[in-house]
Write a protein that binds this ligand. Structure first.
Ligand code: ADP
Ligand code: MG
Length: 226
């Protein structure tokens, strides 16, 4: 695969995406991402494929020049983020986004890592400030399938208007309010000063007090995330 001509079609925070065949892409993680972290995302992707419809089909793992990745089906479409950013499509895109998240949160899972473990692993429990680790350990458990990064850049819309959810690095299980808090937190960070996060929360039929415990901890954890 290394020597074949291939075109980079996208880049995220963690990886570059190359087209490798007409209907396949390679998600190649940036240097420094360990084999085990990429394997973890691969395993998550596999698990989610068994639970949720319209997930890109997963093919083989790849290792080249000490970089790791995997091949998956290419989604022919555009990011939902482009529709959220356009004033003409904003309302419909937010409706699509919240409906997709509500549907996603109807799934339960046993095999995924608990969200509290994901939080504790961000920096290694020992290096968390003060009583943060204790606060995390006191959070409620849950078995809702949480995406952990449910934001418009991780949703693609095909020409046939099918929504395809991607990027399963942070899959975990927890209370559904945790995943809503995580999205609220990500939206607030991405569009500072705008009320998109508040609109999202209202459309999810939740109030800030329902997610406050989680957002406080996510804010405290921000400095530990890569
Ligand atoms: N299967 C795919 N088909 C087409 N484009 C994809 C596919 N997977 C990812 N992309 C594109 O690459 C971008 C980055 O991929 P993503 O898996 O979200 O990586 P990161 O973990 O770096 O955010 C996505 O926002 C999307 O535009
Ligand atoms: Mg992404």
């Amino acid at each position: 695969m290394e020597n074949r001509k291939r075109q980079k079609i996208a880049e995220g925070n963690t990886a570059e995406i190359f087209e490798v065949e007409e209907n396949k892409v390679l998600k190649l993680f940036k240097p420094g991402y360990s084999k085990s972290s990429v394997q973890h995302e691969y395993d998550n992707h596999c698990m989610v494929s068994r639970i949720v419809e319209n997930i890109p089909k997963l093919f083989e793992p790849i290792e080249e020049n000490q970089r790791y990745g995997f091949v998956m089906e290419k989604v022919q479409g555009k990011s939902l983020a482009s529709l959220v950013q356009n004033d003409h499509t904003f309302d419909q895109a937010m409706e699509t986004f919240t409906n997709l998240h509500k549907n996603w949160l109807m799934h339960t899972v046993d095999g995924a890592v608990p969200y509290t473990k994901w939080m504790l692993n961000l920096s290694g429990e020992e290096s968390l400030d003060g009583d943060l680790a204790d606060k995390i350990k006191c959070l409620p458990s849950g078995n809702t399938l949480c995406h952990g990064d449910f934001h418009p850049y991780n949703i693609m819309i095909t020409a046939e208007s099918v929504a395809v959810i991607i990027d399963f690095a942070n899959i975990c299980k927890g209370p559904k309010e945790y995943d809503v808090a995580r999205t609220y937190f990500l939206l607030k960070e991405a569009v500072k000063g705008k009320s998109v996060a508040e609109l999202y929360l209202a459309k999810m039929k939740l109030e800030y007090r329902d997610i406050r415990t989680y957002t406080n901890i996510l804010e405290a954890l921000r400095k530990y995330e890569i």
